[in-house]
Design a binder for this molecule. Structure first.
Ligand code: ADE
Length: 405
């Protein structure tokens, strides 16, 4: 099998992790259930965080008949045992933990060289590289994240999008759960695994109050932290205030925070003027897709860094110590294992159903960013309720009539 991984002897550990995740992601199986081999004859190229949850999606695509290649959506997030397991199962895996930036890009090019018909990405790097290579032969794709959808919408706006893409991120059964509860939990998981700190009674500054920021703030509050939210959007700031959080400009919050978590999708959020105001011992973590939210390069240029624990670097800066987690990269996937399987089941059920939709309908789809069809979004919600043994009511005939007006 073509590919490049770190260590093939990790297969057994990867297989056990895959098995664990699969039993907790029954929705994926239900999406595939009863279908013959609708992906036979299709090559699917994936650029996703190489985790146990991703292995469940990739194996489902394979079981539906696809030939599959996979690279990582981040150079530091690969679970090497999962890469070994998938490679052993006949997936062309180009991924290992701690890829250099050049290796990361080469792995993406290797997936493009696999000549995928359909591409599934997390963040847009694969879509962008495919466009650089003129996207020859690609029928369509899907996109997992807010950051990736933003980049693809820009391509569409400038009339450069070369194939239709389904914005999986924008399905309600994706962003309402994965972005909020998934990132909320896994971000704190990453911070706690890295630092082992006690959260109750500390001041957590959450930068950005989109779905991710809402989830992170709620989880930090739930663990006893006092939360300050920083925002540039007045409506989101108002929401944070009415949700009971302190709201302040970062310049002020910088003086108070024990932990800072960026969740904005923006660049240059925490900068040198903020570092200068922070307390001795402040901890800095990012959970946005790209490592551009905390100006880590300023710290690397101006301070001496010592790795005091895995994923915790100490910088002596202006007579105090600041701690940067995971080099300013997605703390939930670098210092922990990403979102748990139960919530990734919702996102990846949307991915699988969207891949099937593209395989079936690509010829009639415009070269645009498309929403996930509502029928898929609804079906995923219903399957998730079944998986959680939750029953709900049906509207009566009278209620349906009343609603129609
Ligand atoms: N993004 C966030 N958590 C993830 C996970 N567990 N697997 C793949 N992508 C993710």
């Amino acid at each position: 099998m073509p590919g490049k991984i770190a260590n093939a002897t990790l297969v057994e550990s990867g297989k056990l992790s895959y098995g664990w995740a699969r039993t907790r992601m029954s929705i994926i199986e239900r999406i595939a259930k009863g279908k013959r081999k609708p992906l036979e004859g299709f090559r699917v190229g994936f650029c996703l965080h190489v985790t146990k949850e991703t292995s469940v999606l990739v194996m489902a695509a394979k079981e539906l008949g696809a030939e599959v290649a996979l690279c990582s959506a981040n150079p530091l997030s690969v679970q090497d045992d999962i890469a070994a397991f998938l490679h052993g199962e006949g997936v062309a895996v180009y991924a290992w933990r701690n890829e250099t930036q050049a290796e990361y890009k080469k792995c993406i090019r290797d997936v493009i060289a696999f000549k995928p018909d359909i591409v599934t990405d997390d963040g847009g790097d694969l879509h962008y590289a495919a466009h650089g290579a003129k996207a020859r032969g690609i029928m369509g794709g899907t996109e997992e994240t807010t950051s990736g959808v933003r980049r693809l919408s820009a391509l569409e706006k400038s009339k450069k999008l070369r194939y239709p893409v389904i914005a999986v991120n924008n399905a309600r059964t994706k962003y309402l759960f994965d972005n909020r509860y998934g990132t909320g939990q896994s971000t704190l998981d990453g911070i706690l695994r890295a630092t082992g700190m006690f959260l109750a009674g500390s001041r957590v500054v959450v930068c950005g109050y989109g779905w991710v920021g809402k989830g992170v703030a709620a989880m930090a509050h739930g663990m006893g932290a006092a939360v300050t939210v920083t925002e540039v959007d007045p409506i989101k700031a108002l929401e944070a205030k009415m949700d009971g959080f302190a709201v302040a400009p970062l310049e002020k919050a910088a003086e108070q925070g024990d932990v800072f978590i960026t969740c904005t999708g923006q660049t240059g959020v925490i900068r040198k003027e903020h570092f200068a105001k922070m307390k001795d011992g402040a901890i800095l973590a990012n959970t946005g897709h790209f490592d551009v939210e905390i100006d880590a390069s300023f710290l690397y240029r101006n301070g001496r860094s010592v790795e005091v624990k895995p994923n915790v670097e100490c910088f002596k800066f202006g007579g105090k110590k600041l701690y940067l987690l995971s080099k300013g990269r997605v703390v939930n996937l670098v210092a922990a294992e990403g979102h748990p399987p139960e919530v990734m089941a919702l996102s990846f059920a949307n991915q699988l159903a969207s891949i099937l939709h593209v395989a079936k309908n690509h010829a009639s789809m415009e070269k645009k960013v498309h929403p996930v069809p509502e029928s898929i979004d609804d079906a995923v919600a219903r399957l998730a309720l079944v998986a959680m043994s939750v029953e709900i009511d049906k509207p009566t005939a009278k209620q349906k009539k009343y609603q129609r007006g």
